[in-house]
Design a protein around this ligand. Structure first.
Ligand code: COA
Length: 199
């Protein structure tokens, strides 16, 4: 799956049309506006404080090196969802990728999270990544369910591992799956709901 596959039109389960495309450096302000628009209780438990200029700078640097691949869903000229694939080129985790996802509240439960995740899994497969993980905080129910549906399973629980922006400590769940197994699970979902990949 290369750059020629984007922009990619996707119709969500309720008929909403969005476009999937890789994030460009010029989209950072819109991406941060999207994150600022997430409910505060959700932003509190994201791994990074994605609203700060420091985060934006680090994210852009890693986009430049290819350690970050960011796919955004755009509707009406604005970002309404983002999925990120993190990877490293060196070291003992060079076969592992990490996924993160966020969707606009108004577009939840329409398949957007699944389509972003499934597209990133396809990209990861093509890049030779063998294992994907996702780090989910105990109260991120939507994320846990979305990834379980894609075939991820709980691999570890790290008690009180996360301190949210308010200083509260929570358990962290590491969910994982082998890329080829996830892809098989997603093909099954796509057969049930063929609109997902907009093909
Ligand atoms: C995680 C998230 C991206 C999922 O997005 P989404 O577009 O709602 O996901 P989907 O519509 O593809 O849902 C996939 C499945 O997950 C399950 N699911 C999703 N949200 C759920 C919820 N709140 N409660 C129960 N099940 C849920 C459902 O089984 C759903 O399929 P179904 O609607 O056919 O039953 C979204 O909830 C979100 O942005 N959360 C806040 C950010 C976050 O916590 N990110 C996690 C960091 S990795």
């Amino acid at each position: 799956m290369g750059p020629e596959c984007f922009p990619r039109a996707v119709t969500l389960r309720d008929g909403t049309a969005v476009t999937l495309q890789p994030l460009k450096p010029g989209d950072m302000a819109d991406l941060q506006a999207f994150y600022r628009g997430l409910p505060e209780e959700e932003r509190m438990v994201l791994k990074d404080d994605v609203t700060t200029p420091e985060w934006a700078m680090r994210f852009m640097q890693r986009l430049g090196t290819g350690e970050v691949i960011s796919l955004v869903a755009v509707k009406g000229g604005h970002i309404v969802g983002e999925g990120t694939l993190y990877r490293t080129f060196n070291g003992w985790m060079r076969h592992v990728g990490e996924l993160r996802l966020a969707c606009h509240r108004d577009l939840r439960r329409k398949g957007l999270g699944t389509v972003l995740a499934s597209t990133l899994v396809k990209l990861a497969t093509d890049l030779g990544i063998e294992k994907l993980i996702v780090q989910v905080v105990e109260n991120q129910l939507g994320a846990r369910k979305t990834f379980e549906k894609l075939g991820f399973h709980k691999e570890a629980v790290l008690p009180h591992h996360v301190m949210d922006l308010g200083g509260i400590k929570r358990d962290l769940l590491v969910m994982a799956n082998d890329v080829s197994l996830i892809w098989a699970a997603m093909e099954a979902i796509n057969q049930d709901t063929p609109l997902f990949l907009g093909e």
